[in-house]
Design a protein around this ligand. Structure first.
Ligand code: ADP
Ligand code: TYD
Length: 212
């Protein structure tokens, strides 16, 4: 099973991914946890370029191809082999981030992005995508707080509030387009209750570990 997490910056994805992976492992599932951009040595080098605050002159087409390049490497090197070996793969962001950020956020042509995504991933789609919803204002507030405590503050975080509002609207449109694949939850509650809803969504779809 291939599970992805999506949502605006600061919606709590990284927090919830870590909690879910711990629980899956405690129940005996073999789990591979990864994230985008990055997740491979080549992808981590691409991540550094795409997030560098100094790269403010980056053309939107360059940006989308860098994210796609990181994803192509991750899918080929890690995700496909793990799925083939029967592991559960949990990924913090995947192709939907490109549609939300580069498509809705930057206004790039969605049909063109979908062609690039299909090329990068070989058409690999998640079985389940958890969407954590948060307002752009609350997401940025959390990220700013986290950055003060030492977390990364990157080129995308530094985009305008209007950009982050378009990203959120984009996610809501993507969820509405494919409601079978997405489970949309509010990211505004407390960590434990959000995690409980995520586990409900995952365990109703997963066979027990000994039969998986
Ligand atoms: P994301 O990966 O979506 O950017 P994180 O999990 O890194 O989000 O969370 C962003 C910040 O918000 C972190 O400082 C984290 O501790 C905090 N946070 C996460 N979940 C919650 C929550 N449910 N309520 C309040 N703060 C949260
Ligand atoms: P990251 O620090 O991983 O943020 P988060 O904790 O919110 O996931 O940074 C990833 C940033 O890159 C985030 O702002 C979203 C953006 N992004 C895109 O714009 N397009 C993409 O295809 C991906 C994967 C991420």
């Amino acid at each position: 099973m291939f599970i992805t997490f999506e949502g605006p910056d600061g919606s709590g994805k990284s927090t919830q991914v870590a909690m879910l992976v711990d629980d899956l492992r405690a129940r005996g599932y073999a789990v591979y946890q990864t994230r985008e951009p990055g997740g491979t040595p080549i992808g981590d080098q691409i991540r550094a370029v795409v997030h560098d605050l100094g790269n403010e002159g980056m053309h939107p087409h360059t940006e989308i191809l860098l994210y796609a390049a990181s994803r192509a490497q991750l899918v080929a090197q890690e995700i496909r082999p793990r799925l083939a070996a029967g592991q559960i793969v949990v990924c913090d962001r995947y192709a939907d981030s490109t549609l939300a950020y580069q498509g809705y956020g930057r206004g790039l042509d969605l049909p063109t992005l979908r062609i690039i995504l299909a090329f990068a991933t070989g058409g690999l789609q998640p079985d389940l995508t958890i969407y954590l919803d948060i307002t752009a204002e609350e997401g940025l507030r959390r990220r700013q707080q986290a950055a003060q405590d030492g977390a990364e503050w990157n080129r995308l975080d530094a985009e305008s509030l209007a950009f982050h509002q378009r990203v959120r609207e984009g996610y809501l449109a993507l969820v509405a387009e494919a409601p079978d694949r997405w489970v949309a939850l509010s990211g505004a509650g407390d960590r434990e209750s959000i995690q409980g809803q995520i586990r409900d969504a995952v365990y109703t779809r997963l066979p027990a570990p000994d039969t998986a």
